[in-house]
Write a protein that binds this ligand. Structure first.
Ligand code: SF4
Ligand code: SF4
Length: 421
């Protein structure tokens, strides 16, 4: 049933029509198989929300705890056989009734991490000391709603773009240019991920350029700041489109950020006159592993690897929903590692969800379902992840220090790779 048909049949269902419009998905495609609820790592009930919407009970769907607690991990999206995308349907519902994303101050803080991180980096190591100072956790717990047992990621004194500008490129760039989409966490918390990605691409023969871009907007989407997210999407599409139109690939390391370009922008910019440009940018956006795996498949990955040892790879939820964890695994094996994909759903962090005071227990329980036991069962394995939130969740609850996929691949590249040898 189309949006217009719904309106004509029952004007009272106008809200439901707006949910369909906003989400781009049709709840009537759902046949109540229950896979979404069965797959939810936090034991929420997306199937019930969809069911209420099918019955025209929009108020009941809005009142459901799942609608507001949902961590937007997209595990249910990946599980749905009918492309209903319950996560986006619930997000559309939340858009109809904004202002219930937990404490306003905390939501603003998480949504605007890209404004705070440059300051944190500039003030490091003082900022890092403040984050870990006695009493800081209790203060954050009661004033901001960030659980006292959590510590926000430390800031790097030297941001990644500063390293990038000062570096001496490896390789000769003979294969042309590729754009590296540098996210906020790469820039200010984990420059080592950006360094590894840059060196990998350069050793593979590419001339690496940093994107002229702003924050992808994912944190704003998650926290209900949709207009702000749309402005970010517009700014990025306007800046990236000319390069995408030249045929350049936009390669990123953080699945939630890069996949915002691919899986969110075309919807966010619907009706703005930038649809064509958004689709073009989405079409050229790839995760680092997708880019390298595609080269490897064509026999064009000009890298020599000598990795060794056991690797446990945990894929990011957005990668599972919109990317391909298989590409990461194939690359790790190609790099020489004895690599296995952990058979686990969400790590439990899901962006900022695990930091939130009221979600701490659910976050921990989600990790304890499969991921943490698998890691504990392999004490000698190197743990490799694709996302920054997975990295911190694993650190917090298992004491292990995962590396990003880019770092693991870079570490396995032999000195014989690339013209810089
Ligand atoms: S998006 Fe994740 S947290 Fe939300 S209902 Fe789906 S599986 Fe559960
Ligand atoms: S998995 Fe999809 S089709 Fe099945 S109940 Fe959930 S939304 Fe409906």
């Amino acid at each position: 049933m189309t949006t217009e048909q719904i309106r004509r049949l029952d004007p009272a269902r106008d809200l439901l029509a707006r949910v369909t419009e906003l989400s781009g998905h049709d709840v009537y495609a759902c046949y109540q198989c229950g896979r979404c609820t069965a797959s939810c790592p936090f034991s929420f009930e997306p199937q019930q929300v969809v069911r209420r919407l099918q019955l025209g009970q929009v108020d009941a769907a809005l009142a459901a705890g799942t609608t507001w607690s949902c961590a937007s991990c997209f595990t249910c999206t990946a599980a749905c056989p009918k492309d209903v995308d319950p996560a986006r349907v619930m997000r559309a519902l939340r858009e109809l009734s904004p202002g219930r994303h937990g404490p306003r101050r905390r939501a603003w803080l998480f949504a605007n991490n890209h404004r705070l991180a440059p300051m944190g980096s500039k003030l490091a190591p003082v900022s890092n000391w403040l984050l870990r100072a006695p009493g800081a956790g209790v203060l954050a717990h009661y004033c901001l709603g960030i659980h006292r047992a959590r510590t926000l990621p430390a800031y790097a004194r030297r941001p990644f773009p500063a390293w990038f500008r000062a570096r001496r490129p490896l390789g000769d760039g003979r294969r042309g240019s590729v754009l590296l989409f540098h996210d906020t966490f790469m820039d200010y918390n984990h420059p080592e991920t950006g360094i590894a990605a840059t060196e990998l691409l350069e050793l593979a023969g590419f001339h690496v350029e940093l994107t002229d871009s702003v924050c992808c907007g994912r944190p704003m989407i998650s926290k209900g700041f949709t207009q702000q997210a749309r402005a970010q999407a517009r700014a990025n599409v306007e800046r990236l489109y000319p390069r995408a139109a030249e045929g350049l690939f936009i390669v990123g390391c953080e699945p939630s950020c890069l996949l915002a370009l691919r899986a969110e922008y075309p919807d966010l910019l619907r009706g703005t006159g930038l649809e064509h440009e958004a689709r073009a940018v989405a079409g050229q956006s790839l995760l680092l592993d997708e880019f390298l795996a595609a080269l490897a498949e064509r026999g064009e990955l000009d890298l020599r690897f000598a990795g060794e040892g056991e690797v446990l790879f945990h894929a990011h939820c957005h990668q599972k929903a919109y990317g391909s964890p298989g590409a990461s695994l194939a690359l790790l094996r190609l790099a020489g590692y004895d690599a296995e994909l952990v058979n686990a759903a969400c790590c439990g962090m899901a962006g900022a969800f695990g930091y939130e005071r009221e979600h701490y227990a659910a976050s921990r329980a989600a990790g304890e379902r499969e991921l943490f036991p698998a890691i504990r069962a392999h004490p000698k394995a190197q743990v490799v992840v694709a996302g920054v939130s997975c990295r911190h969740q694993i650190q917090d609850f298992t004491g292990r220090s995962p590396s990003h996929l880019a770092e693991a691949l870079r570490a396995a590249v032999t000195a014989a790779s690339g013209s810089a040898g």
